[in-house]
Design a protein around this ligand. Sequence first.
Ligand SMILES: Cc1ncc(C[n+]2csc(CCOP(=O)(O)OP(=O)(O)O)c2C)c(N)n1
Length: 219
Amino acid sequence: MECSKDEMIEMFELMYTMRRMEITCDNEYKARNIRGFCHLYDGQEAVATGIQYALDQGDSWATSYRCHCVALARGGTVSKVVGELFGAIDGYSKGKGGSMHMYNKKENFYGGAGIVGAQVPLGAGTAFANKYKAKPGEPMNVAIACYGDGAANQGQIWESANMCNLWKLVRCSKRRRSQDWNKREQNHSQSYFTILPLLYTIAHDLLHRKQPLRYGNLD
Ligand SMILES: Cc1ncc(C[n+]2csc(CCOP(=O)(O)OP(=O)(O)O)c2C)c(N)n1
């Protein structure tokens, strides 16, 4: 396992900040100071942190509407994330996107998608772009698309997987905590990793998250 003491401390600080930020957002939402949607990420801090520390700056990342902490991990600040939730002009998306729509092109962060699963074709597109732009003989940037298991039976995910396999592009992330979809009734299989070419990791174990992605990044 490659992880220095300094890196461990940095990662802990990031996860701690995420947790405090999300609990504050939760309180503000319940006090009705944040309007519209508010999709929180507390409990999953290790996922975003492990991925971020496995990535290089040039790698691209798209995720679901549950994006506050991914935005933070991907070069964001607490004030920009929270500002966005309050509709402030200096929020992540100038206060026009809210909880579900935060972007940071400079840091290769592509949202924030309100439509369940929509980030996966987007992720496939950024993977294609990374491959297209890679210079011969030089390492290629990877693209990450995170989705929940409630999204896993979406047609667009399977179409993207098919295209990614044709183009040899696939990198995915999965977890097992759907917000409100009944897994047994709506999903034929919960073992997606046996069907799609995924790297299977233990979602909430920070180092287990970081290391396989690093491996996937380097192969
Ligand atoms: C195409 C589409 N269908 C339905 C919805 C309504 N919806 C919002 S969240 C959600 C559950 C998604 O579960 P999951 O992908 O596991 O994400 P989680 O909220 O659990 O992180 C649904 C069905 C939507 N936003 N988009």
